[in-house]
Design a binder for this molecule. Structure first.
Ligand code: IPE
Ligand code: MG
Length: 229
């Protein structure tokens, strides 16, 4: 969800105003996903590297997380959204961490859409924490055992990766999980992202041929899905 700061700057507003509008975009995108029967949405809300931003912005983002939790969770729960907050909670304020845990517990039985809000998340952190768990349990280090302990072990790998804001990089998001994801980059700034932009991305995705290492001829004879890669 990139481009909040630039969106605010264009309007001569403080960066935090862009992040606030970003929450509105996320709310609209969640609804658009439900309407389109998309079952899983994972968003990158705060990266392990975002701590390097000015202190004022970091605390603004932490406050915004707390506010969004209070304001949004009841509506999300009503819509049947199952919430998860993959990431390293150890550095978060204990009140916020308790809020995340409560939101996960409240929405745990919901089935309409799984929403992973990755917060203080990093792809490298995720791989390391999973490997540490696998090792501590004395399990063999296999793709299967790793998959189970990664922080998105409860969902299949993403089919489509969308980055807004014009940058063409992954920035330490789901490094393990995006091995076979289709990549889509949009110049639209995240606060301007809406259901229409989502449809443009979905249309682009529909044009892709997913081969999972096979040849085009094989795929056209026996279509494979990502679970069978
Ligand atoms: C993304 O928007 C939101 C977060 C990382 C929290 P940015 O804050 O990176 O916006 P730009 O890239 O400065 O426009
Ligand atoms: Mg950015």
């Amino acid at each position: 969800m990139d481009g909040n700061g630039r969106w605010a700057k264009k309007l001569l507003l403080p960066r935090i105003a862009g992040h606030k509008r970003g929450v509105d975009s996320l709310r609209a995108t969640v609804k658009a996903c439900i309407d389109r029967d998309i079952r899983v949405l994972s968003v990158f809300a705060f990266s392990s590297e975002n701590w390097n931003r000015p202190q004022e912005e970091v605390s603004g983002l932490m406050d915004l997380l707390g506010i969004a939790l209070t304001r949004e969770v009841p509506n999300l729960h009503e819509q049947g959204v199952q919430l998860h907050f993959p990431g390293d909670w150890s550095k978060l304020n204990s009140r916020v961490a308790a809020g995340l845990s409560e939101a996960e517990a409240t929405t745990a039985a919901n089935q309409k859409l799984i929403l992973n809000v990755c917060f203080n998340y990093g792809g490298r952190w995720d791989i390391c924490q999973a490997a540490a768990k696998v090792q501590a349990l004395g399990l063999p280090m296999t793709e299967q055992s790793m998959r189970e302990y990664l922080s998105l072990g409860h969902v299949p790998d993403p089919d489509l990766f969308i980055r807004t804001g014009g940058e063409m990089r992954v920035s330490n998001f789901l490094l393990w999980q995006m091995a076979y994801s289709e990549f889509y980059f949009s110049d639209v700034l995240w606060p301007d992202f809406d259901a229409c932009e989502l449809d443009v991305a979905l249309l682009a995705y529909q044009q892709r041929e997913r081969r999972f290492g096979r040849t085009s001829e094989q795929v056209s004879v026996e279509p494979q899905n990502s679970d069978e890669e």
